[in-house]
Design a protein around this ligand. Structure first.
Ligand SMILES: Cc1ncc(COP(=O)(O)O)c(C=O)c1O
Length: 374
């Protein structure tokens, strides 16, 4: 019976699709250590350097002492809640000027829970073709019909809405703001216009933008002054915030609904209190002082031809992408080959993600090394 799986693994290997977990020995905000080799980490979501940061960890632990435990031992709706969870929810609610917010254990949990429950039989979801796997998995679990419109193509979305909206009861449009593998940005103004014209709810996943974009770091909707127009904003604490967990912010009705219906929220042990406290502490005490650094990082991304701090170097072929990562590795840069099914077939790439500690010389050195390989 194991032969079946073994054959699949062989096939993955022969197509350069095989994935394995690396043996890192250490990490800090800028470098990653593999055996004796120190590499500049160009593959991290630790955009602001808050994770793997001894100084930050020490400062936080000095502040909290032993106040917060390391396990919640229960789901939120059972006994897995304490004031700090509600305080973080209140903080998110206030920052976004929403009525309410709900914590999830991760962005994956949030998207699966939301997209599987927000629409039922007779409803419809319109989702950008390049939305994250967690959104797709959520929709697949839902009983609603879903359509995936061509990436960032607002004309195609409107055509679809025009043709299909009338055939369903409730309708949802869901998009990322900064696309995780392409670094480009959704046309949020148009999404808002379309959701109003076609009477839909709009969900915006700001996973890669929360902590990075916007005057106070809330995301792209903040930059555009549109947070009030988005019905449900999703963000994660696992990337720029350097912690773990996620949130959804919206009105009281939708948050109460998710509290009662989102199965990934209901049926999973809550994150440890210390983790919730860390997210809250970072957002309150560190995020407000990042504006200049974040802006510089975004400018650097733009200089490299992206709309954000995520810079895709699309190579196409799986093996060539893996080989290019090897060349970068030999030259002191850690990057990862991103291959299908994470990205569409034939668009394998190196996804460079900047952190505030990467400088211009390092970025362009890595890019020219990758290009010379091509
Ligand atoms: C757009 C998007 N949403 C959600 C997630 C999942 O977030 P988390 O890592 O907190 O589970 C990711 C993770 O890569 C993502 O890129």
């Amino acid at each position: 019976m194991f032969e079946h799986y073994s054959e699949i693994l062989k096939d993955l290997k022969s197509h350069s699709h095989f994935r394995n977990i690396k043996d890192f020995t250490e990490k800090d905000a800028k470098y990653i250590y593999l055996k004796d080799k120190r590499l500049i980490n160009l593959s991290s979501n630790n955009y602001l350097g808050f994770a793997d940061n001894k100084k930050i960890t020490e400062e936080f632990l000095n502040y909290t002492g032993d106040k917060f435990s390391l396990g919640s031992a229960s789901a939120r709706l059972l006994t897995g809640t304490l004031p700090v969870y509600k305080e973080l929810e209140k903080l998110i609610t206030t920052l976004f000027y929403k009525e309410s917010a709900l914590l999830f254990n991760s962005g994956y949990h949030a998207n699966v829970g939301i997209n599987s429950s927000i629409a039922s039989k007779g409803d419809v979801i319109f989702s950008d073709k390049l939305n994250h796997a967690s959104i797709i998995d959520g929709m697949r679990l839902s009983e609603a019909k879903f359509f995936r419109y061509p990436h960032n193509n607002m004309e195609a979305l409107e055509k679809l809405l025009n043709r299909e909206r009338k055939n369903f009861n409730n309708a949802i449009i869901v998009s990322e703001s900064v696309f995780s593998m392409d670094g480009d940005i959704a046309d949020i103004e148009k999404l808002v216009e379309l959701k109003e014209k076609y009477n839909c709810l709009l969900i915006l996943d700001e996973a890669h933008a929360f902590g990075v974009f916007g005057k106070t770091g809330l995301g792209v909707a903040e930059t555009l002054g549109l947070t009030d127009k988005v019905d449900l904003i999703v963000g994660t604490f696992g990337k720029a915030i350097g912690s773990m967990g996620a949130f959804a912010a919206g009105n009281n009705i939708i948050i109460n609904y998710l509290t009662n219906k989102a199965r990934s929220f209901i049926f999973s042990t809550a994150l440890p209190p210390i983790n919730i406290a860390f997210s809250k502490w970072i957002i309150e005490n560190k995020l407000p002082f990042t504006y200049e650094k974040r802006t510089k990082m975004l400018e650097l991304g733009q200089k490299a031809g992206s709309q954000s701090h995520i810079i895709p170097l699309v190579i196409g072929d799986n093996k060539e992408t893996v080989d290019t990562c090897d060349i970068l590795f030999q030259n002191g840069y850690f990057t990862l080959p991103i291959r299908p099914p994470t990205v569409p077939e034939g668009t394998s790439r190196i996804r460079i993600s900047l952190t505030v500690d990467i400088n211009e010389r390092e970025l362009f050195d890595a890019i020219s090394l990758a290009k010379s390989k091509k």
